[in-house]
Design a protein around this ligand. Structure first.
Ligand code: NAG
Ligand code: NAG
Ligand code: NAG
Ligand code: NAG
Ligand code: NAG
Ligand code: NAG
Ligand code: NAG
Length: 765
């Protein structure tokens, strides 16, 4: 979701919880994690009761009695994930962490939520649907089941209409829990809905349902699996047919984020949602939310994802919107498919014409245009400030800072920051402005956003802000005009890496390159609840069934939809195999075949885009895949120092750590070497043939500083599913003088398939 709207909302929430915790002294919600269950994947109700009882017993041993423990526990995860959520003080949490059966104890973490041109841009519908497109081959992802862990869903949206759908697939075991909302109904398209809110304060009863009162979940779910809806547009712009990545999939919504007072998205509820989704029989879980990452088994989202993957479910997560700085990527577990955001070739633009006839291009999705084709007086917000208001507050057009007598009938210039961009336009209009120019400060640079302003408005770059301020100070009667908005197609270059997209390396494990992939995440049109304000401002009386959003929240469900297609095509493939197919077929060149660029036209690196930009039509036929088993993940955890005894908890006590397994040996479809001092460093990998028999030849590109040798350098496959191992030996070449990260590639090719992996090396200082 748009970062700025939500962060102000979160700020209010955190104040609220400070007040709340002081009244209950030192107790806080914690998650106590115990690994997997020894019962199988279809436990009896007795099995479940026994597990919950064992949770009471375990906690009782620390709290003094089972009764007190019962009181303290508010979630017992007894089906797939083994653990519980309880109110504890710090000492109790520390005591629990020392018990040998306990894998981890961590505080309940809050997460932030991190919109259809994009499918055409991804090559799915050029000239209709070409017969060799993945949409045609998979019949639009027919009957894949896609789950979304988010803010719920607006069930009346046409994107979830079940017209033309057959019976719900029999493997679906979920249900539709409408809660307190009598109007909430599922159907043969939206086959399930649940809500989880025990982490949140008492909720207003009528809000206690899976309904999306915020827009984010409806948008993301429809991007992943929304049905075809013609005549989709926002304020009339970009009219076309909306659809998700798997338009014929079935979808299910798991609401964990709450917009009410005391609301938010919390780990305890997220774990409960994963438990439910695993049991319901979904194929894909899409989670467009996250937080600063914690270690793999101290992180609710990471643990939930692990158990889902253990049950064959692909988990797709957003890379977060904290870019462009390094280490800003979130959701970094190797079992997740982590998606960064790219731009597409469409933008929503308008023009500002200054009194001196200078024309500047801005971004906007204003629903209104200036009524007259004429110039209006232009004023800096500071020059329209009310008495006794600090300049810094007026500059950003904060509430109560603008004086209507100075502003009336003018176009006001507001600087970004402090409050939401759309709110600025609202406040400016309240104070009598006829239009708004939103200017970036130096730090925000060139990133401009098309927002659904309620007044004629345009957002311009920092450079253009300088032009505007120079013009204003050059004349006694500054004037300007703002044109109406147009949706422009064919923008180049595209894709590019979105500024806000979370960048690697991972702060948890540098040997796992993150993000894994990028996908469209800027100005995405998708479904929106038509019963709530379009701009999420209470005063906004505009309603509509579609909205434009930007964020990695939008790129994540694009990939979830593509996973749905691949699941339809290859129901037996493991989550790792599907992820590998998506990564090794990604593109590192843009639509003009130039290298994909990052900020300011600089060539992007794998730390920004992972394996590259998703390319669904190639992902259908990857040739080879890098597969990973659960034991591989456990070996990976052992190699990072997780206790071997505890790792047995995931495998009925049968698992033994492979002592020679190194962190870099996880059979990941990309390679990252955290510290390449001299070498040689040997990386083990294996590839599985999922295409026709044939001979694959390795080709590497290496940076000057590193030599890369692949042994063997040819692999002959004679059968389907045959797996072959190889080694990649890396060492410093003695040449070059680059420091920090440098990059290479490994590509296996049989002349038809190109199985490409990025290699990242940190050379240090
Ligand atoms: C663990 O072993 C039990 C008894 O042998 C078996 O029923 C169960 O399916 C196994 N569980 C797992 C997760 O492998
Ligand atoms: C694992 O942890 C348990 C309990 O903390 C301890 O008794 C055991 O020695 C540890 N095992 C290893 C291999 O470190
Ligand atoms: C797929 O393409 C074939 C050949 O062009 C066509 O006959 C068929 O109707 C298409 N299927 C779908 C689902 O579009
Ligand atoms: C609960 O929410 C509904 C709908 O937003 C509202 O009409 C009602 O007044 C609220 N009730 C309370 C107790 O806040
Ligand atoms: C959008 O396109 C449809 C035809 O697909 C048309 O009926 C409708 O009037 C258009 N709406 C707008 C706002 O342009
Ligand atoms: C912004 O202005 C600076 C200084 O004039 C210039 O170096 C830079 O290239 C400009 N950036 C853009 C995106 O126009
Ligand atoms: C242990 O891991 C190493 C390194 O990946 C691998 O070469 C070896 O085959 C593994 N041993 C077993 C028993 O799986």
């Amino acid at each position: 979701m748009e970062l700025s709207n939500f962060s102000s909302f979160l700020f209010i929430l955190s104040l609220f919880s400070v007040l709340q915790t002081s009244t209950i002294a030192t107790k806080k919600p914690y998650i106590v994690y115990l690994g997997s269950h020894s019962h199988g994947s279809s436990p009896s109700s007795l099995d479940l009761q026994l597990v919950t009882k064992s949770h009471y017993d375990l906690l009782g041993s620390v709290l003094g009695s089972k009764e007190i423990a019962k009181e303290a526990i508010f979630y017992s995860y007894n089906r797939y994930i083994n653990g519980f959520a309880a109110m504890l003080n710090e000492k109790q949490a520390a005591d629990l962490a020392r018990i040998p059966n306990v894998i981890s104890v961590f505080e309940n973490k809050e997460r932030q939520l991190h919109t259809t041109r994009s499918w055409d841009f991804l090559g799915l519908e050029t000239q209709g649907v070409p017969s060799d497109s993945i949409w045609n081959v998979t019949r639009f992802g027919k009957d894949a089941i896609i789950a979304n862990i988010d803010t719920g869903v607006w069930p009346e949206s046409k994107s979830f209409s079940d017209e033309g759908y057959g019976p719900v697939p029999s493997r679906w075991l979920g249900s539709c829990r409408s809660g307190a909302d009598p109007n909430f109904h599922c159907n043969r398209k939206l086959i399930g809905a649940r809500f989880f809110n025990l982490a949140n304060g008492p909720l207003n009863g009528s809000l206690n349902s899976p309904r999306d009162h915020q827009g984010h979940g409806t948008h993301t779910l429809s991007t992943a699996g929304g049905n075809f809806v013609s005549g989709a547009n926002v304020f009339g712009y970009a009219n076309g047919t909306a659809k998700g990545g798997s338009p014929r999939a079935r979808v299910a919504s798991y609401k964990v984020c709450w917009e009410a007072e005391g609301g938010g998205c919390f780990d305890v509820d997220i774990l409960a949602a994963f438990e439910a989704a695993i049991g319901d029989g979904v194929d894909v879980i899409s989670a467009s939310l996250g937080a600063i990452p914690s270690d793999f088994l101290d992180d609710g989202l990471s643990i939930g994802a692990f158990h889902a993957v253990q049950h064959g479910i692909v988990v797709v997560c957003s890379a977060g919107n904290l870019g462009p700085d390094p280490t800003s990527v979130s959701n970094v577990s190797p079992w997740m498919l982590t998606v960064g955001a790219s731009t597409i070739d469409r933008e929503f633009t308008n023009f500002i014409v200054l009194g001196n006839n200078k024309k500047l291009k801005g971004a906007s999705l204003s629903s209104k245009a200036l009524t007259d084709d004429k110039f209006y007086p232009l004023i800096n917000a500071v020059d329209a400030k009310a008495n006794n208001v600090p300049e810094l507050a007026a500059e950003v057009c904060d509430e109560g800072t603008l004086d209507p007598t100075k502003l009336n009938g003018k176009i006001v210039v507001c600087v970004v920051g402090v409050i939401a961009r759309v709110t600025k336009g609202y406040l400016a209009a309240q104070a009598g402005a006829v239009g708004m120019i939103l200017v970036n400060d130096e730090e925000s640079g060139n990133e401009i956003k098309a927002d659904p302003h309620i007044i004629p408005a345009s957002h311009v770059t920092y450079n253009d802000s300088i032009t505007i301020s120079q013009y204003i100070s050059s004349t006694r009667t500054p004037m300007a005009y703002i044109s109406s908005v147009t949706a422009k197609l064919g923008v180049t270059p595209a894709p590019t890496v979105a500024r806000f997209s979370g960048r690697g390396p991972s702060i948890i494990e540098e040997s796992i390159l993150k993000p894994d992939i990028i996908a469209p995440g800027v100005n995405i049109i998708a479904a929106y609840p038509d019963g709530i304000p379009l701009a999420n401002l209470p005063v906004d009386d505009r309603r509509g069934p579609f909205m434009v959003y930007s964020g990695t929240s939008m790129s994540c469900p694009h990939v979830s939809g593509i996973v749905g297609l691949l699941k339809t095509l290859n129901p037996k493939w493991s989550p790792a195999a599907i992820k590998s197919a998506i990564m090794t077929t990604a593109k590192t060149r843009d639509s003009s075949l130039h290298p994909i660029v990052d900020l300011d036209g600089v060539i992007a690196t794998p730390l920004a885009y992972g394996a590259g930009h998703v390319h669904p039509n190639s992902a259908m036929d990857p040739g080879l895949v890098y597969d990973i088993t659960i034991d591989d993940y456990l070996n990976f955890l052992c190699s990072r120092g997780y206790n071997a005894t505890q790792m047995k908890k995931f495998s009925n006590n049968t698992f033994v750590c492979n002592k020679s397994f190194k962190v870099t040996d996880l059979n990941y479809p990309s390679i990252s070497v955290a510290d390449l001092k001299t070498g040689p460093v040997t990386i083990n990998r294996k590839v599985k043939n999922v295409g026709s028999p044939g001979k694959y030849v390795a080709r590497v590109t290496s940076p000057l500083e590193v030599s890369i040798v692949v042994e063997p350098s040819t692999l002959q496959f004679s059968a389907m599913d045959e797996e072959k191992s190889f080694r990649v030996v890396l060492q410093r070449s003695g040449k070059g003088n680059q420091q920090g990260y440098v990059f290479g590639t490994l590509e296996w090719s049989d002349g038809k398939h190109s199985v490409r992996s990025p290699i990242a090396f940190n050379l240090g200082k």
